[in-house]
Design a protein around this ligand. Sequence first.
Ligand SMILES: *[C@@H]1O[C@H](CO)[C@@H](O)[C@H](O)[C@H]1NC(C)=O
Ligand SMILES: *[C@@H]1O[C@H](CO)[C@@H](O)[C@H](O)[C@H]1NC(C)=O
Ligand SMILES: *[C@@H]1O[C@H](CO)[C@@H](O)[C@H](O)[C@H]1NC(C)=O
Ligand SMILES: *[C@@H]1O[C@H](CO)[C@@H](O)[C@H](O)[C@H]1NC(C)=O
Ligand SMILES: *[C@@H]1O[C@H](CO)[C@@H](O)[C@H](O)[C@H]1NC(C)=O
Ligand SMILES: *[C@@H]1O[C@H](CO)[C@@H](O)[C@H](O)[C@H]1NC(C)=O
Ligand SMILES: *[C@@H]1O[C@H](CO)[C@@H](O)[C@H](O)[C@H]1NC(C)=O
Ligand SMILES: *[C@@H]1O[C@H](CO)[C@@H](O)[C@H](O)[C@H]1NC(C)=O
Ligand SMILES: *[C@@H]1O[C@H](CO)[C@@H](O)[C@H](O)[C@H]1NC(C)=O
Length: 822
Amino acid sequence: MAHFFTAAGIFLLSGVYAQPAPSVQSGITAAIKAASNATGSLDYTEFVNVYVGTDNFGDVCPGASIPFGMVKFSTDMTGYAPAGYVTDPTQFIRGLSPMHDSGTGSSLGTYGNFEIMPLLCPGGFDTCTTRLAARQRKRKPNTDVASPGYFAQTLDNGLRMEATATRRAGLERFTFPANSKPYFVLDLANDLPASFAGGSLDIDPDKGRITIGGRWGSSFGPGRFSYQAFACYDLLDGGAQKLSEYGVWTGDNFGLDAKGLGQKHLNLTLNLIGGVYQSGALFSYEGNPSTVNIRVGISFVSTDQACANAESEIGSSSFDDIHNKAKALWNDKLSRIEIDVPNTPANVTEMLYTSLYRASLTPNNATGETQGAFAGTSSFYFDSLYCSWDTFRTFYPLLSLHSPVEFAQIVDSYIDGWRKNGWMPECRANNLPGWTQGGSSADVIVGHFATHYHNEAAALGINLEELYSAAWTDGEVNPPEWNIQGRQSNVYNQFGYVPFAVLDTSSTGRQTREGSRTLEYAFEDFAIRQIALLLGKTDDEAKFNKRSLNYRNVWDPSVVSDGFKGFSQKRYSNGKFNFTDPKHCSPVDNVTTECSLQSDNTNGFYESSSWEYSWFAPHDTAHLIELMGGNDTFVKRLDHFFSAGYYQAGNEPSFQTPVGYHYANHPAQSVDRVRNVVFENFDITPAGLPGNDDQAAMASLLAFHLLGIYPVPSTTQYLVLSPFTPKYTIHNSYLGVSTTVNVVGFDAKSVQHTIPKGVNAYVVNVTINGVPSASRCHFDFFDVFRVGGNVTIELTSDKAAADSCLGALPESLSTGGFAKTR
Ligand SMILES: *[C@@H]1O[C@H](CO)[C@@H](O)[C@H](O)[C@H]1NC(C)=O
Ligand SMILES: *[C@@H]1O[C@H](CO)[C@@H](O)[C@H](O)[C@H]1NC(C)=O
Ligand SMILES: *[C@@H]1O[C@H](CO)[C@@H](O)[C@H](O)[C@H]1NC(C)=O
Ligand SMILES: *[C@@H]1O[C@H](CO)[C@@H](O)[C@H](O)[C@H]1NC(C)=O
Ligand SMILES: *[C@@H]1O[C@H](CO)[C@@H](O)[C@H](O)[C@H]1NC(C)=O
Ligand SMILES: *[C@@H]1O[C@H](CO)[C@@H](O)[C@H](O)[C@H]1NC(C)=O
Ligand SMILES: *[C@@H]1O[C@H](CO)[C@@H](O)[C@H](O)[C@H]1NC(C)=O
Ligand SMILES: *[C@@H]1O[C@H](CO)[C@@H](O)[C@H](O)[C@H]1NC(C)=O
Ligand SMILES: *[C@@H]1O[C@H](CO)[C@@H](O)[C@H](O)[C@H]1NC(C)=O
């Protein structure tokens, strides 16, 4: 998933704001410098800039979280802010809330329930500003401070809000001016997408506890579905604080602003006419304390479980204890990739650890917090998978290098989706099925796991036969409604492509994206083929192998654009093509129709142009090169694609294009291109992402680019490029191995947009544990990261000498590639 703007729209509003306090960046810079002299282990959290992606529609949540945390405490702001926080200083803060997603493209936002806002009410209880529009305030400029496991923001009236987190709970700390009476408003109904579907709130003044439960709607899925969520707010800080007044309130935009001092209960249903009947609790403290501590527990099961979660995960621990525990959990993840910090450009260190941070921030681990069809499941359960179409390309491949346990847990959750719903989830959001994008990209994710960890699968709790059945079902069984799961496999399997304007008498879904759905279905079929091959299912392997070549069936050899011939196009069931200008929905397109799931997207391609999607056959690029007219034309076409501005960095179909030169035996040109792509689209500022992070799809893409490798999903092949750091080690503690990549001849001067002449940057030799690699374009997981040891990547400044694979090209089905799994 990306954004809901037109292709052109994304570039309209990016601004450079300096909202995070200057101390955030200066602290990171100092920590990286100090690491040069450090003895002993490093604190990697100090290199992370949680604000990258909080501007320019990155939609990153900078909130306090642990790795894969179910809660992410952040403020919620007005304007376009799907993750709650944005840097834009013109926006207002509505409050601080425990649940968010990071990097999603939904226009209305996601979660933001159970929001609390500290208030000063000099006129007393009845004068408090409880309604959203009345209570919202601007921030005190340039005072926002956040880091892994910690979030703080100060309002323009001086009130400071801080939070730290465990998996399902957190501590909030509020600082008030001297001699003021602290007031708080706490929401029952509001959330970011204004989706309240009924719930209740109870105040227990003796316990100092407020419990809330209700139902809300999805951020990226059918509006008729809703999920349940519960919160438990403990207000007394173990008895150190004393409540003064308490009560409930309701409000709306039509003049309602009612308060009930001493009342303890609210029970409200869905407002059928639309809009949210705002409501919640209002309370104050005795004795003008300057600091107020509040403990928050969250659950998707019950209010009792929300309170129990706060009790078991926090108990009476202090804010600093919880913050330190969160930091330790982050260091455990971040230290799985260690780099030579002293000899790495500081921006690269910051970009890498910031990316690795976000690549363990989501999806949200809601194990034991299940509802609906998943209630009480014995499987792991992850919420906010968002779109597998985004994450299969780089997010799961990155996880596969160092974190098989976490990867297996998420795969377990995917397979459980098939068990409980009939198909694997594509875009689970807010515990609900979200919209499908390219089909069933989960097949590629579980295929990637199977190809890498089939030997360990059983020990990791994964039954490969079940995994295969789940992927097979996606490919073979047509769901009656494929907007939320599965694919339109009936007509695809009948015609060998998804026909445009076809009569489908047995299933429904939005009849768009026929070109890109065919390309994605074909690659998903390749993933199923890979698992079938692994499990010795010969007939299935042959069937899915053949089907994976269906990408050829939407290739129209007659379409010409800018002198290049042959493009993917949507096609009628009678075999005729329906012409779409290949530039349509590219960044330079100024047509105003939309390119995502909107009903005016008749382009045939999803969030992308035909120019871009025509590169997509990662399992058979050799044949694509033939279709395009041979290696030379392919390379010229790639060059033109970038120079004409058709490359759209902010969307996932573009991810693999910069490394395409490898397949035409020109790996040095991929090296140049990746340098351009990184320096044109990524940096260390809040606007430092080219589009939404898409559940860390962008983060993991950047991490691969900086490490100088690129994955081919659902295979164990990794393309080799030129690292941005002289040395790194990937630790895989489950396998008990570490792999160190030494970059011989590394020159920091090569780490810029255009590699200067005479500077080492191009890969001339690759050696794996002392043995020269059979190709300098790629290596295999089973020869490298599976066994550990030393990889040497030797660089030269002689680009011509390095511009061939000196051995096998990366594999393609049509040239005999992927003949066996390892
Ligand atoms: C690192 O150590 C050297 C030598 O002791 C010293 O001159 C330098 O200032 C130190 N750098 C930092 C960033 O602490
Ligand atoms: C809320 O009210 C409904 C009736 O409108 C009732 O069925 C439900 O039990 C009440 N829930 C709570 C938690 O009070
Ligand atoms: C998810 O939570 C469960 C339950 O606490 C835990 O066993 C598991 O290790 C967690 N997984 C991840 C990836 O955080
Ligand atoms: C292609 O489809 C569009 C509708 O999306 C239609 O208006 C147009 O006439 C079709 N063109 C051809 C050549 O079939
Ligand atoms: C897009 O805009 C450019 C300049 O603004 C113009 O030259 C071009 O014809 C337009 N293209 C389309 C398809 O409208
Ligand atoms: C492209 O180049 C490679 C390596 O030189 C060669 O094996 C392949 O046949 C060429 N492909 C085409 C379509 O010419
Ligand atoms: C580091 O990033 C900042 C912010 O994008 C940029 O201004 C600076 O030029 C970069 N420094 C280097 C050495 O690339
Ligand atoms: C690559 O390195 C290995 C090991 O040092 C060496 O044997 C081989 O000759 C080198 N190849 C090239 C082309 O430099
Ligand atoms: C890797 O290199 C290190 C240091 O050069 C050496 O100690 C180690 O034995 C090597 N490991 C392998 C598996 O070759």
